[in-house]
Design a protein around this ligand. Sequence first.
Ligand SMILES: NC(=O)c1ccc[n+]([C@@H]2O[C@H](COP(=O)([O-])OP(=O)(O)OC[C@H]3O[C@@H](n4cnc5c(N)ncnc54)[C@H](OP(=O)(O)O)[C@@H]3O)[C@@H](O)[C@H]2O)c1
Length: 288
Amino acid sequence: MLPGMSRKPRIAIVGAGNLAGALAVSLRSAGYRIEQIIVRESAVSRRQARRLAREVGASGVSAARAQIQSDVVWFCVPDSAIASAAESLAEAANWSGKVAVHSSGALTSDELAMLRRRGAAVASVHPFMTFVRGSQPSLVDVPFALEGDQKALRAARAIVRDLGGQPFTIRKPHKAAYHAWGMFASPLLTALLAASERVAVAAGVSRKAARKRVLPILKQTLANYVRLGAPGAFSGPIARGDVATVKKHLSILRGVPGAREVYIALARAALRDLPAKNRSGLEKILKP
Ligand SMILES: NC(=O)c1ccc[n+]([C@@H]2O[C@H](COP(=O)([O-])OP(=O)(O)OC[C@H]3O[C@@H](n4cnc5c(N)ncnc54)[C@H](OP(=O)(O)O)[C@@H]3O)[C@@H](O)[C@H]2O)c1
């Protein structure tokens, strides 16, 4: 409900990609009416918009033709396209009294300044979650970082709570670091797993088998991290100070392009942040 409104706000979503798809379905399940999926004027974009619109009972329209009546407009386009997408919709609505939000983790609500000048209350609303094609993550207990105008924040908080999420406010100067943290939590973790698959192949294990065999240790590591914290979850030759074993790894990893650099960078991070024995011996062999 927007302040002073007795029903749930009607929502228009701009974009039909990974976040838009998952968000639209979750909003619909939480009882929100999605009125429009608004995209660019290309055949591919419009096809995607139509497909998503069908799924959530909305209509798919191009930005050039959109006439927006919705109370909330949620921009789910790449960070670099938020300001231009807002500009392309400047004439598509009477923005006075509306709420416009985007979901960039790194950028602030100022990306929507053009709509703020036209009377909209604006905010950035970032779910600390990963959205990829073919998956519909639950938003229950997902933290959402919020920043922006008071009216937009009130509306966003209510929507996030209806989705089961946990809204919290973030200061504008913190957004870049906040998003870099998120980068570690999922995209870089995935990059680490991708590099680890190449090491598995060097050990005679196929990538497919590696994905399956890694699961128990990965799950237990996450469980330990959550329950015991990083120092308590840390095991292996660095924790034990086993220089000879780390030397063996460094030697064999010369044959796995890229993986050695990742290993050294993370091992050095471990020496900085985590309990290790024989620290000086390890530091010597882990020079980049
Ligand atoms: N994916 C995640 O895990 C995740 C998590 C949290 C927040 N976010 C945020 O969500 C936003 C969208 O990310 P995403 O992963 O959903 O991206 P995406 O899957 O690449 O989807 C982007 C959508 O925007 C459209 N688009 C691209 N360029 C555009 C432009 N110049 N003007 C208008 N529309 C344009 C694309 O359609 P066409 O190119 O076909 O026109 C597509 O529908 C970003 O701000 C991102 O930071 C993403």
